[in-house]
Design a protein around this ligand. Structure first.
Ligand code: F0G
Length: 457
């Protein structure tokens, strides 16, 4: 019976409501057909992101009260340190205010001007930080990831052969480090297998390169390894996590995802004391003194508890089960999604959903607008609108995938909310022929998708 229902019950609730259809129409026009410009109060079910949007547990809320706000040597820091050592298994760590704070501190220490960073797939802020530090971000996820209808248990895997070929071609001295993003967000929250992680480590050792994990969704990745990799079917999640991390030299983490806090992040280093000393020095001007790194004491306490909770298998089974619940409803209705579904979101394949809308009219953005109109649900476009223009020619680039991401916050919505999302998308699917594309009216030069304004073509 325990698998039939959520592994928690609700102690506090927050009201949400669906504003009338005419009002939704007004709001989306005012927002320039950009869901980032909507106000939260005009949204019924918010699937923009799973980042910082999770529901903290009673134990996390209790931990907040124990927060020690000492500038240096806070008790909260030492409690977090203990949790990090237990869950991750690395010797050194510094907190940061979120994931990109960690990238900002660590990357300049590892990247020399012009060097490449190899990743299965860079998240957009990660790519931005690589480039800001003079590096060049290259994605080397396996080709299967780009075919949404092809079933593969680990679509987040690094293409090992391509990676080795690339290292030989560019020369080892031109590679800054290898990053493994677990789970691979941009490919659809797709997991990376332990086997693949071991292979990356072997190649890295051959060329004396560092392996750094981008580890926002580390626990979800471990859960998939347990479910899909035979060797691990009887292993504890916590032990799988420690083995994964044992193949890395360092990690950056956005704790806003699996560690279920509203704000927080970290850098952890397995054993390189010299790198740790450099990180400690750099974190001071950028994030704060190394025993708080941009966080309140109470934030660190909530994170310490969240880190451990994220490794609970019953919770992970509820979590991934909910994503699968929504995915199954969509698949049953014939709606094309990235398959098999990943860990934190359902990614709808908008190119297949709206084949008559070309990439430069942003099919996934069109779907996103339509979903808000239909049911007040906010998703997010991961496609050509997000990708932007070629910096030299100014031409719109074509993304290999046009995806509408329906990102599910942790422990926040019930399966009835998932029913609403599914019903809305199914209704849209029935009238998909009537849905047209969008063009840009105004856009800023960088990270345009947050503030650009659009209009129907
Ligand atoms: N790495 C990955 C894989 C991420 O998904 C994110 C954030 C970051 C790094 C940056 O972390 O937001 O704490 O600074 N992803 C969020 C998302 C924003 O919606 O997917 P951050």
């Amino acid at each position: 019976y325990s698998k039939m229902a959520e592994a928690y019950k609700i102690k506090m609730v927050e009201s949400i409501s669906l504003i009338p259809k005419e009002e939704r129409e007004r709001r989306i026009v005012e927002a320039g057909y950009n869901q980032f410009a909507l106000r939260a109060e005009d949204i019924f079910i918010d699937l923009l992101t799973d980042s910082g949007t999770g529901a903290m547990s009673d134990k996390q809320w209790s931990a907040l009260m124990l927060g020690d706000e000492s500038y240096a040597g806070s008790r909260s820091f030492y409690r977090l340190e203990e949790a990090v050592k237990g869950v991750v298994g690395y010797r050194y760590f510094v907190p940061t205010h979120q994931g990109r704070g960690a990238e900002n501190v660590l990357f300049p220490l590892l990247i020399k001007e012009g060097q490449y960073v190899i990743n299965n797939m860079h998240f957009d802020t990660t790519k931005a930080h690589v480039e800001l530090k003079g590096g060049r971000a290259v994605n080397m996820v396996i080709q299967e990831a780009y075919d949404t209808q092809l079933e593969h248990p680990f679509k987040g895997n690094v293409d090992i052969e391509e990676m080795e070929r690339f290292i030989l071609e560019k020369g080892r001295e031109n590679i800054a480090f290898i990053m493994i993003t677990i789970t691979c967000n941009s490919a659809g929250g797709q997991p990376v297998s332990m086997d693949n992680i071991r292979e990356v480590r072997r190649v890295a050792d051959r060329y004396n390169l560092k392996v750094v994990f981008d580890s926002a969704r580390f626990a979800e990745n471990a859960y998939f390894i347990k479910r899909r990799e035979d060797e691990f079917k009887d292993r504890e999640i916590s032990s799988i996590i420690r083995e994964m991390f044992s193949y890395g030299d360092a990690l950056t983490m956005s704790a806003k995802k699996d560690a279920i806090v509203n704000m927080g992040g970290m850098i952890a280093i397995r054993e390189d004391e010299k790198l740790y000393t450099q990180v400690r020095a750099m974190v001071v001007p950028m994030e704060g003194f190394p025993t708080y790194g941009g966080l309140s004491g109470r934030d660190m306490d909530a994170m310490a508890v969240g880190l451990v909770e994220s490794t609970d298998e019953a919770y992970l089974s509820t979590r991934i089960g909910q994503i699968e619940y929504l995915a199954d409803k969509l698949i049953e209705a014939g709606i094309p999604i990235q398959r098999p579904v990943g860990g934190h979101a359902v990614f709808v394949d908008a190119r297949r959903f709206l084949p008559h809308v070309p990439f430069n009219q942003f099919p996934a953005q069109a779907l996103c607008v339509e979903l808000y109109r239909e049911a007040g649900v906010r998703g997010v476009e991961i496609g050509s609108f997000l990708l932007g223009r070629d910096p030299d020619s100014g031409q719109q680039l074509e993304s290999p995938l046009e995806l509408l991401r329906l990102t599910i916050p942790r422990r926040v919505y019930t399966n009835s909310h998932m029913d609403v999302v599914a019903a809305a998308l199914i209704n849209i699917y029935k009238r998909r022929q009537e849905i047209g594309g969008y063009e840009i009216v105004s856009e800023p030069e960088v990270l345009r998708h947050f503030t650009a304004r659009l209009k129907p073509v």
